[in-house]
Design a protein around this ligand. Structure first.
Ligand SMILES: O=C[C@H](O)[C@H](O)[C@H](O)COP(=O)(O)O
Length: 232
């Protein structure tokens, strides 16, 4: 699919999700190119309907800046109890509505907002769909202090680690000053087993396996249909 077509699909899914946001609610806003379309659509609703929200929390400075440029006030996660709804993108979504996230490096804040949300909706174009998780390297945010040991540990485990690099070829540094190791395992044989292993590896801050979290996925298909899939 070419980029123009993919952007069109991302936009359609984003507009659908923006229509679901209830006025005066607490909204979590994710990160990424699909979410950027969602923020635009939210801005249009604000203009047309004079609609406002009780609180907005976001998962990156990129989304924060975009929201603020449209006149939304953005709060910190610590300032709210729970989001009523969080809308985010995803890098891959499987048949169970489990996903890989963190392609844009925002996984830690995204997971923190996600687990503090009553409802999570992901917006994707059809290219993100997989039957079984894989097809996209799994991001792992890692503390610099023990990152070399963890990199070697992942190599020994056959997890095919790769350092994420920035545009200057240096190690990518996250919002929290950590590194990202992308695990190029495809497919991921047992996602919950891998999530458990990473959850118990000292030095791993967070990983991009988002399992049993998403409630609904809005999928824009190239045939023009918009599908809504709910967790069973
Ligand atoms: O860290 C980034 C996030 O997990 C994004 O939501 C994910 O990478 C999808 O981004 P995009 O909508 O740009 O494909």
């Amino acid at each position: 699919m070419d980029k123009q077509k993919q952007d069109q699909l991302k936009k359609e899914a984003a507009i659908k999700a923006a229509a679901m946001v209830k006025p005066n609610s607490v909204l979590g806003v994710g990160t990424g190119s699909t979410v950027a379309f969602f923020i635009d659509a939210l801005g249009q609703r604000k203009e047309k309907e004079n609609f406002s929200l009780k609180h907005i929390v976001t998962t990156s400075n990129r989304s924060k800046k975009q929201l603020e440029s449209l006149g939304f006030k953005v709060d910190e996660l610590a300032d709210i109890d729970q989001a009523d709804l969080t809308v985010d993108g995803a890098d891959r979504v499987d048949d169970n509505l489990d996903g890989i996230k963190g392609g844009g490096g925002a996984l830690t804040l995204e997971k923190n907002v996600a687990v503090n949300s009553k409802k999570i909706v992901w917006i994707v174009d059809e290219s993100k769909l997989v039957h079984h998780l894989g097809g996209f390297a799994l991001p792992v945010e890692i503390l610099p202090i023990s990152c070399e040991q963890n990199f070697k540990r992942f190599e020994k485990e056959g997890l095919k680690p790769q350092w994420r690099l920035d545009e200057n070829g240096k190690r990518y540094v996250t919002h929290y000053g950590n590194y990202i190791i992308d695990l190029a395992i495809d497919p991921i044989p047992v996602p919950d087993g891998l999530a458990d292993y990473l959850d118990h590896t000292v030095g791993v801050v967070e990983h991009g396996l988002f399992l049993n979290m998403c409630d609904k996925v809005i999928i824009a298909h190239s045939d023009g249909t918009i599908e809504e899939k709910d967790r069973a």
